[in-house]
Write a protein that binds this ligand. Structure first.
Ligand code: DOR
Ligand code: ZN
Length: 346
């Protein structure tokens, strides 16, 4: 196959940041994607509906002229989150989900949740009004090995939480393990998972073999090869519970290339080329549309996009910049470590 036309895709997990970084990166998403679920882990985080209204305006103002892109807003769940405010946000059509970061799990998560009892009233309200909870599924307990944090989270936090609020719709974000895939597949409903571009391509060797490679470091950290293969199988299966959330998470190079580098991989600019490559390798180009354009909207109760995107396979590799320049500084682009031939037709 040399050409593939799909409905225009959406990104169901994206970090756009704020200020100069936002201005520098939003165009890489709005060029290819019609909508994206915007993560709220700013400093300070997007906690209230009023915060989300203001942040959405800053995003919309930064979208390059002519691009058609709608940011879908989320709230950052804290132990002080007000259930009435969440409900108003959902009713107004602005808020599409609430994001749960266990305190300390990742970038700007210190304001997240420590005591789940304290957020029960909010979770119960969300279940009642049908608002999904997006979950960063890792425990932060220091005794738990970083490679086991997702599996332990499922067993000790997520499953008990879902038993307490069975009607709550939960999106397990950036699933990185076979344990996560199996858990989603075994659930009776109300559970779905996003998969990132990079976790379909790299395993943990990318970070550590031949020297430490900070631009392959993200959270949840990439796992061993058997997990990557489970993620790929889920992505190309067409199963409506799995869909794209890039977790594209820009940090300027000095904050990654240092003694204590930040977690995050920047994939917005080349995700669709990378995904077409992965799906072709898996003989599943016919499933790319479900993964990138259909399953996500169905889960969030939205219509798929009516516009289309055509991907074409070029003989010569398609090149992307190694870094993009933003007003905040340079951001290194994800290098899949193989040549990309699939190109988005413009
Ligand atoms: O690698 C990551 N980067 N994982 C996250 O969960 C957060 C993100 C960020 O905001 O930088
Ligand atoms: Zn994220």
């Amino acid at each position: 196959m040399r050409s593939l036309t799909i409905r225009r895709p959406d990104d169901w997990h994206l970090h756009l940041r704020d200020g100069e970084m936002l201005k520098g990166v939003v165009g890489d998403t709005s060029r290819d994607f019609a909508r994206a679920i915007i993560m709220p882990n700013l400093v300070p985080p997007v906690v209230t509906t009023a915060d989300a209204i203001a942040y959405k305006k800053r995003i919309v103002d930064a979208i390059p002229a002519g691009d058609r892109f709608s940011p879908l807003m989320t709230l950052y769940l804290t132990e002080g989150t007000d259930a009435d405010d969440v409900e108003e946000g959902k009713k107004s059509g602005l808020i599409n989900a609430v994001k749960l970061y266990p305190a300390g799990a990742t970038t700007n998560s210190h304001g997240g949740v420590r005591d789940f009892d304290k957020v029960m009233p909010v979770l119960e309200r969300m279940a009642k009004i049908g608002l999904p909870l997006c979950v960063h599924g890792e425990v932060t307990t220091p005794e738990v090995d970083i490679f086991d944090r997702e599996a332990v989270f499922i067993e000790t936090v997520l499953e008990p939480l879902r038993r307490r609020v069975p009607e709550l719709k939960v999106t397990m974000e950036h699933v990185t393990t076979k344990d996560g895939i199996d858990y989603i597949k075994s659930s009776a409903g109300n559970l779905a998972g996003t998969l990132t571009t990079h976790h379909l391509i790299i395993n943990r060797n990318a970070i550590l073999v031949g020297g430490i490679k900070p631009h392959y470091y993200c959270l949840p950290v990439a796992k061993r090869e058997s997990h990557r293969l489970a993620l790929r199988a889920a992505a190309v299966s067409g199963d409506p519970r799995f869909f794209l959330g890039t977790d594209s998470a820009p940090h300027v190079d000095p904050l990654k290339e240092c003694a204590c580098g930040c977690a995050g991989i920047y994939t917005s600019i080349n995700t669709m080329s990378c995904l077409a490559h992965v799906f072709e390798q898996e003989n599943a180009l016919d499933k790319l549309e479900a993964f990138a354009s259909l399953n996500g909207p169905a889960w969030y109760g939205l219509e798929p996009n009516t516009e289309t995107m055509t991907l074409v396979k070029r003989d010569a590799p398609v090149t992307f910049p190694q870094k993009i320049e933003t007003g905040a500084g340079p951001v290194t682009v994800f290098d899949p470590m193989f040549p990309l031939h699939w190109d988005v037709e413009r």
